[in-house]
Design a protein around this ligand. Structure first.
Ligand SMILES: [Zn+2]
Ligand SMILES: [Zn+2]
Ligand SMILES: [Zn+2]
Length: 502
């Protein structure tokens, strides 16, 4: 067998300056995106010339077009050593990139989004018909992605979904309805699967219910979380009983049925939506915790459910007191809801843990001994962090996280890695509750952040934690100063074509 030589990729060709670390990884991802963009363009040009050679137009309803696609796909498969199915997907993505999503594809070329993010956009736009509609979704999504800072696959997925939900709500509803409902059981050689096709809200309730029931077992239960969730599902679906399996005489779970009933009674799926949309006077997308963007019809369907409880969110009232009287550490219910809704997911870039399954974190640490001196319990200083990233923030050395509200009231999360690379990302759901970024602060600048971030966290030596929080304060204020200087410099040079510094 004769193999062609490898290309002999020399990274110096890409002229990536600097040391190993976050900045270099970011640049490498940008190169991957640009290379994928070039691959799509190449595959598309191959299609165009194959069609010309066959004497057909690519948009023609002509059986020979199928041959053109098949021939180019086969060449892609052979050249890349991939299966026919994988090659078909490449050809499909190439036509999407050139014909339907040229503006989003340019962000791939320019390193603004990665390959996974682009794939997510293609998936959301699949099945949307009509050139004007697709062009509008392409333009809206590209404009949104270009302004959000660090773009994860989830960010791109939800941005495109919102564009589809608001520009083509009927199409999205038709897709939801076509999916249907049902339960399928499949038996494989090594086991069986049960799959329930249902609405996002019922899927979220099932998911949360299983975890809640699984957690009624005591800490000595020998089963892992996945196995307890499985046992809870089988018990609930077959009318059986889920019980702690520790086998100890002193197990504190004495009345499992009552504990399960109590756990199930507390299951809530949070949906944040605009009141005018619920009333049918507007068509704004909504947000379902654990699922993401939902179309305006879906918002109204959820609101009309017999078990739905509607609670108005008093954003104006937030300004008067973000913290609950008598407990300056705990935000009010309105503040808690507003912060979780505007972040939507854990604030760590790339993390998709839902906000209502995350902790609320004081970005600048709260000072329990002197609340006025520490980080405020205010939307400006609170964000959602999943337990893992909350733990990392509290105990990992060398990392800095910050939250900034810019002059337009846009909330940004910022994470700086130990190698000094900073990723700034816009709060996922600024579009849903833009007012949250403009809630006026009723507190001073923090001067002495607290040493205890969360009483439940495992603790290390107090002095060490205290030193770290003081160090982070210094770094945060230095970064904020640099950012302010950059903003001033930019404002003085409005015609500069240079991209913003984040
Ligand atoms: Zn037990
Ligand atoms: Zn997280
Ligand atoms: Zn504030």
């Amino acid at each position: 067998m004769i193999m062609t030589n490898g290309v002999g990729i020399d990274l110096d060709r890409f002229r990536i300056a600097g040391e190993d670390g976050g900045a270099r990884l970011h640049d490498l991802r940008a190169i991957e995106g640009a290379a994928m963009f070039e691959r799509f363009q190449t595959v598309y040009r191959m299609l165009v010339s194959a069609a010309a050679a066959a004497g057909v137009g690519l948009d023609a309803v002509d059986l020979r077009v199928v041959d053109v696609f098949a021939s180019v796909s086969r060449e892609v498969a052979v050249s890349l050593c991939v299966s026919a199915g994988a090659a078909d997907r490449q050809v499909h993505h190439a036509t999407e990139a050139v014909e339907r999503l040229p503006q989003v594809a340019r962000l791939l070329r320019d390193g603004v989004i990665g390959v996974a993010a682009f794939d997510a956009v293609i998936l959301q736009v699949t099945g949307v018909e009509g050139p004007d509609l697709v062009a509008a979704i392409d333009a809206t999504t590209a404009a949104d992605l270009a302004e959000m800072g660090g773009v994860s696959r989830g960010d791109a997925d939800q941005s495109a979904r919102r564009a589809v939900a608001e520009l083509d709500p009927d199409g999205l509803r038709a897709k939801r309805e076509a999916r249907g409902k049902g339960v399928t059981v499949s038996h494989e050689v090594d086991g069986s699967d049960v799959a329930i096709s249902t609405s996002p809200e019922d899927a979220a309730r099932i998911d949360t219910s299983l975890t809640a029931v699984a957690e009624t077992a005591c800490k000595h239960d020998p089963r892992g979380k996945a196995e307890r969730r499985h046992d809870a599902a089988v018990a609930l679906l077959t009318g059986g009983r889920f019980a702690c399996a520790c086998g100890r005489d002193d197990c504190p779970v004495t009345a499992p049925a009552e504990e399960i009933a109590a756990a199930l009674a507390k299951i809530v799926v949070h949906v944040v939506a605009d009141a005018a949309t619920i009333a049918g006077d507007a068509d704004k997308a909504g947000w379902m915790d654990g699922f993401g963007v939902i179309d305006p019809h879906h918002v109204r369907e959820v609101a009309a459910r017999g078990d739905a409880i509607l609670r108005p969110l008093d954003i104006a009232g937030l300004a008067d007191g973000a913290a609950q009287a008598g407990n300056p550490y705990r935000p009010t219910a309105a503040c808690d809801t507003a912060v979780r809704a505007v972040h939507g997911v854990c604030s760590e870039p790339g993390c998709e843990r839902p906000a209502w399954k995350s902790d609320l974190d004081h970005v600048v640490e709260f000072n329990h001994e002197d609340p006025a001196a520490g980080g405020a319990t205010c939307p400006c200083n609170l964000n959602s962090k999943c337990r893992l990233h909350h733990l990392y923030k509290t105990f990992a050395d060398g990392w800095i996280d910050d939250q900034i509200i810019d002059a337009n009231g846009v909330i940004w999360s910022e994470v700086t890695t130990p190698t000094g690379y900073t990723v700034r990302s816009r709060a996922r759901n600024m579009w849903l509750l833009p007012e949250v970024g403009s809630v006026p602060c009723r507190h001073g600048e923090p001067v002495a952040p607290g040493v205890v971030d969360d009483a439940d966290q495992p603790s290390r030596s107090r002095s060490r934690t205290k030193a770290k929080h003081a160090y982070r304060m210094q770094i945060r204020s230095r970064r904020r100063y640099v950012t302010a200087c950059e903003a001033t410099a930019r404002a003085a040079d409005l015609d500069s074509a240079a991209p913003p510094p984040f």
